[in-house]
Design a protein around this ligand. Sequence first.
Ligand code: SAM
Length: 292
Amino acid sequence: MNKDIATPLRTRAILEKYGFSFKKSLGQNFLIDTNILKRIVDFAELTEESGAVEIGPGIGALTEQLARSSKKVTAFEIDQRLLPILNETLEPYDNVSIIHSDVLKADLAEVLKEEFPSISDIMVVANLPYYVTTPIIMKILEEKLPVRGIVVMLQKEVADRISAKPGSKEYGSLSIAIQYYTEAETVLIVPKTVFVPQPNVDSAVIRLTMRKEPPVKVTDEEFFFTVTRSSFAQRRKTILNNLVSQLSNGKEKKDIILSALAESGIDPARRGETLSIEEFAVLSEKLLPHFK
Ligand code: SAM
């Protein structure tokens, strides 16, 4: 077995050899703890037949562990300076391909088709750049990519919001958006000391398992998400006041909003954070004919 990339000593040697300086603007906090990396990979439950998609391989610390546990790894890296480094560190693995691209600009469906033509089990596994965690996760979910799930490291605060349940102070439109597509769980809390440089915030690993069917049936997904986002626009406001101020022509349609809430059995004085995803679905169906 090759020597692990992610030991503090080897990482420092690689960075020094290439004179690499971290770019904070690219969320570059590299993992230097092989135990954590192996646990992340374990949560993904990969087999020899699996494909892994990584976002931001850095110097290849996680990529290497994925290469050892799957059939093929395809990784997107935005920072050109890392390409020669990855070329060297991942040289022992012939099942890795690196794509030099901003993952947010990539045509992921097309890349997956090209990279994994004969692989049916695909997981996204990454230590995400923290400045873009939500857009990256939402892109993967909204494009309805053929993946089994997503296991990623991100800010603990975002992990808490993603897996939050109704009634908690972390629960909001992000919890609903992600739980609509997946079953979400925080599986590991990670200390700052396992990164170089150390991030300013605590980190966590979440596992998102794609649902076969959404937990609620809605006629118009876009409108459903508009209603949920609107309901949380100002957390201290009631659901009625948020909908009146956020929905288009909400002020003129206050009576309609009031009747939709009544028909849904929702007290207009409640706050968005107390509504379950099922209640939002019922409400959105009642509002839809009047706003679309
Ligand atoms: N996987 C490595 C590790 O765990 O040590 C590095 C993780 S580091 C938190 C995030 C990586 O994402 C960096 O290598 C950074 O250059 C890369 N990155 C940042 N923004 C990106 C984007 N929009 N598309 C692709 N890669 C990106």
